[in-house]
Design a protein around this ligand. Structure first.
Ligand SMILES: NC(=O)c1ccc[n+]([C@@H]2O[C@H](COP(=O)([O-])OP(=O)(O)OC[C@H]3O[C@@H](n4cnc5c(N)ncnc54)[C@H](OP(=O)(O)O)[C@@H]3O)[C@@H](O)[C@H]2O)c1
Length: 304
């Protein structure tokens, strides 16, 4: 493990210190979330890893401690595919007055046809969008009560730009499941919701921003397409961003103190790879949030 030379060089040039900062990262046991935790530790932050599988979280924590023996790392349990687990997670934060400066909604899934959340929603939309929406709504009063700035980050994907107009008559692709359009819709919804919040809470202590990692070979795709494809992808991984490079979108956003509603992602190949920069926000991200939120609230009410 440990960070590679190019990353350190980039960090020396572009990153500000994160000492005295606490960064909470969901899905921090794997892929980009894990590397985000490592980079944050390197920059002096205290890290809270919110993971659904506590054994995986313990393994990830131990491996970080090996490289950063003085690291301050805490673990929390969170399953975004289960509204009760989200309730328990938020209650734990409130009851224990767990403080953080940055909350990174990194956890996500891709291409799980037929899989449902505990509350019966299609899993990709259920975790990537509904889980994050529900978590955010529950957490908002607590975030408002903190007497310092909180940067609230959602992890979208460059693919949100290619998502088709939302069809509310077949929101969950029940007629025909298509893996990429489902994922793209989940990230477009997340982007619309985050942008909406960024405008609504502009004058408050909560700053909503978005990052995306480009394309990186992580368990996300391997879990979806299987080990054979995973092996092939690993052979050409030099064509993609490393999870480490992908994690720099967050560091860029924090170090440049980007304004509310900003999207940060890689600078090359339509955002597929490279070092981070501020991205242009597509018109479709800025439009139609009211209808989406109305639909989301109704769907959640039916499921609880
Ligand atoms: N890799 C890419 O090219 C790419 C591109 C665009 C966007 N992204 C986004 O980047 C983020 C990180 O993805 P990654 O590539 O690093 O994938 P990853 O290695 O598979 O990491 C995903 C993380 O999310 C966790 N997770 C999955 N379902 C969850 C649930 N129900 N509740 C809580 N945590 C859950 C996973 O936990 P387990 O380890 O227990 O499964 C894992 O820790 C995701 O939001 C993804 O959509 C990735």
């Amino acid at each position: 493990m440990s960070l590679n030379k190019q990353t350190i060089k980039w960090l020396n040039k572009n990153a500000t210190s994160l000492s005295n900062k606490t960064i909470l990262i969901t899905g921090a046991n794997s892929g980009i979330g894990f590397k985000t935790a490592e980079v944050c530790l390197h920059l002096g932050a205290r890290v809270i890893m919110a993971c659904r599988n506590q054994s995986k979280a313990e393994v990830a924590k131990s491996s970080l401690i090996k490289d950063y023996p003085d690291a301050k790392i805490e673990l929390l349990s969170l399953d975004l595919a289960n509204f009760s687990s989200i309730d328990a997670f938020v209650n734990q934060i409130i009851d224990n007055k767990i403080d953080f400066d940055v909350f990174v909604n990194n956890a996500g899934v891709f291409h799980r046809p037929g899989e449902k959340t505990a509350d019966g929603l299609e899993e990709v939309l259920g975790v990537n969008y509904f889980g994050v929406y529900y978590l955010t709504q529950k957490l908002l009063p607590y975030l408002k009560s903190l007497n310092h700035e909180v940067v609230y980050v959602t992890t979208i994907s460059m693919i949100h730009k290619f998502a088709k107009k939302i069809n509310y008559n077949d929101f969950f692709f029940e007629k025909q499941y298509k893996n990429v359009p489902v994922y793209a819709r989940s990230k477009l919804c997340l982007a619309k919701y985050t942008y909406y919040l960024s405008q609504k809470y502009k004058e408050t202590n909560i700053k909503f921003i978005m990052t995306h990692p480009g394309i990186a070979i992580t368990p996300l795709g391997v879990n979806a397409y299987g080990k054979k494809v995973g092996k092939a992808a690993k052979a050409i991984k030099w064509m993609f961003n490393s999870p480490e490079k992908s994690s720099l979108s967050l560091i860029f956003a924090l170090s440049h103190n980007v304004s509310a509603g900003t999207i940060v992602g890689p600078n090359k190949l339509f955002g597929g790879w490279g070092y981070p920069k501020i991205n242009k926000i597509a018109k479709k991200v800025k439009e139609g949030a009211d209808k989406l939120i109305e639909f989301t609230e109704k769907t959640i009410k039916e499921r609880i």
